[in-house]
Write a protein that binds this ligand. Sequence first.
Ligand SMILES: Cc1ncc(COP(=O)(O)O)c(C=O)c1O
Length: 361
Amino acid sequence: MNDFKAEPKEIRQAMLAAVERVLESGWYVLGNELTDFEHQWAQLCGVQHGVGVGNGMDAIEVALRALDIGPGDEVITTPMTAFASVLGIHRARAQPILADIDTTTGLMDIASAERCITPKTRAILLVHLYGQVRDMTAWVALCKARGIELIEDCAQAHYARLNGQVAGSFGRAGAYSFYPTKNLGAVGDGGMLVTADAALSERAARLRNYGQSVRYSHPELGLNSRLDEVQAALLKVRLDWMDGFTARRQAIAQQYRSGITSSKVTLLAAPQEPSAHVYHLFVLHCPEREAFQKHMAAQQVQTLIHYPIPVHEQPPCLDIPRDPQGLGQAQAHAATCVSIPCHPQMSDADVAAVIAAVNVF
Ligand SMILES: Cc1ncc(COP(=O)(O)O)c(C=O)c1O
């Protein structure tokens, strides 16, 4: 599903030079590399501010806490996501509420989210699952009409754009992960909160650094979650390659869309425009999933499931309040979804082999 070792040699050389530069600088945490990368990434997202943190989950926690969302407050999100989305809400000590999804995309269903709104609702955490931004006008309008914050979980959607607007800039804040497998990945953990709101950014920068305002002064209790200089320097290098890598993912997805003809699998809905899906994952539905995965493995093609157990079926989450109409679509999706390889290091022959393997099934 990924092959970092197959990346072009030039990337490795540039990355080694970046690490050397940081070592030479003698400054390893909260320095110029991070400031540079924060500016670059925020600018690309079309907002003023970026606050580098330790990982994507912390970016969610920090965004919520910087908005004073915590105990007694409810945050609506999807059960079809990485566990970290919901854990970030828990860590902010707010109450997650789970809305159902649309199985044709895997994304949270807006009517279901609306049913989850109560007087305690402070925010919707909208996950751009698999790399797709969709229906943003409707989400922005809903949050505005109901007086709640829109926070975007952009961990899988680096530089996905709808009508020219970039993931992370639609709501009050966007939370990015730079986990190695992400479309822009570090060599270790990393994350960033992006926002157009200067006060929010300032509060987030304080929270990530023990709640410290100026040195040794702590007006509040924060966390220690800082994107370090080495990772920031490496991410700057990898950013130069991101557009090309994303274009390759999109081209592979296009080949899958036209080449996969097996009646035993169903593709998810096409994006609203090509730039709106950056294909962090290429997911399809297959009712005979177990047999499909075995067949693909026999053809030397790896598959994974994103995600086999929805959040509300995880032991610590059984009691999380949810859409009164249930989470049937999320459950149905979890039972049949399967991801096939879609990464920039795949050759045309690899792509053709995956298509052939699916179609033989
Ligand atoms: C949708 C989603 N949200 C949040 C996260 C959390 O990011 P991290 O692993 O950097 O904490 C991830 C990645 O695992 C993710 O895929």
